[in-house]
Design a protein around this ligand. Structure first.
Ligand SMILES: NC(=O)c1ccc[n+]([C@@H]2O[C@H](COP(=O)([O-])OP(=O)(O)OC[C@H]3O[C@@H](n4cnc5c(N)ncnc54)[C@H](O)[C@@H]3O)[C@@H](O)[C@H]2O)c1
Length: 252
């Protein structure tokens, strides 16, 4: 699907990979709505793109529905949605303090997996109303992580949630294929974004030393280019694509 002239929502668009994606989609001729937490600075990002901002906490599932409805009403439709809102915690299955806290596990699953599914199902309903272009009505892109496949010690909740995002891509793509809606996930390695900005250079080098090439953190613009390529290419569907410079996470 040619992105120019299309309507796109980026959730998590105030910072990092989401922001870079919102900016690239707008530069490429899409109308863009930025959704992010209140106080995230998403309103400033949206202004810079001539777009709209809608405050949302993606773990408020009903509030997410209202925010998406409002964004789609402002845009006048929806063709592409990219979700980068997410994050994790560090806790082992069992530690000196005892077993992993179950509520904490559930919160990470809510933030990453349930929120991404909620957004995807709601976006699909809006996209289903589009006139097809070359049989295509829309593209849904969620954000996993390479921790979905090789989670490090202490990442069990994050791994479970991101593996869910990776795993549902094919099933959702099959569910939505008859409507001409594609579903993909991107699994980044370590990227230099808001989440990782506190990591000292030395530590970042250690964390990327196992990459094949380049041995550095990814840049948000590299995620954005990938998201644009996914929207553009109708043969990409039903999978979680790694964006990782050939890196495989070690156990720690
Ligand atoms: N940065 C990395 O190294 C890395 C690696 C693999 C996967 N990821 C995934 O990428 C995504 C994060 O993107 P980023 O690295 O660009 O980080 P970031 O912190 O720069 O951006 C994340 C954005 O999501 C928003 N957000 C977070 N929780 C939210 C919520 N509950 N409701 C609404 N918005 C919320 C934040 O306000 C922020 O603007 C996450 O899903 C993360 O798990 C990041």
């Amino acid at each position: 699907m040619e992105v120019s002239g299309k309507k796109a929502i980026v959730i998590g668009g105030a910072s990092g990979m989401g922001r870079a994606t919102a900016e690239l989609f707008a530069q490429s001729g899409a109308s863009v709505a930025v959704l992010d937490r209140p106080g995230s600075g998403g309103d400033e990002v949206a202004k810079g793109l001539d777009g709209t901002f809608h405050a949302v906490d993606v773990t408020d599932f009903a509030g997410t529905e209202s925010a998406i409805d409002a964004a789609v009403a402002d845009l006048g439709g929806l063709h592409a949605i990219v979700t980068t809102a997410g994050g994790g915690i560090a806790q082992r299955t069992l530690s000196k303090e005892g077993p992993h806290d179950l509520d904490a596990f559930r919160q990470v699953v809510d933030l990453n997996l349930i929120a991404s599914f909620n957004i995807s199902r709601l976006a699909a309903a809006h996209m289903s109303k589009n006139e097809p272009e070359d049989d295509e009505r829309g593209v849904i892109i969620n954000t996993a992580s390479i921790a979905a496949f090789e989670g490090q010690i202490g990442q069990v909740a994050y791994t479970a949630a991101k593996a869910g995002i990776a795993g549902m891509s094919l099933t959702m793509a099959r569910d939505l294929g008859s409507l001409g809606i594609r579903v993909l996930a991107i699994a980044p390695s370590l990227f230099a974004t808001g989440i990782t900005q506190g990591i000292p250079d030395e530590f970042a080098q250690a964390l990327t030393k196992d990459a094949a090439f380049p041995k550095r953190m990814g840049r948000p613009a590299e995620y954005a280019k990938f998201a644009l390529a996914i929207v553009d290419n109708p043969m990409l569907n039903g999978q979680c694509l790694r964006l990782d410079a050939g890196q495989r996470f070690a156990p720690r």
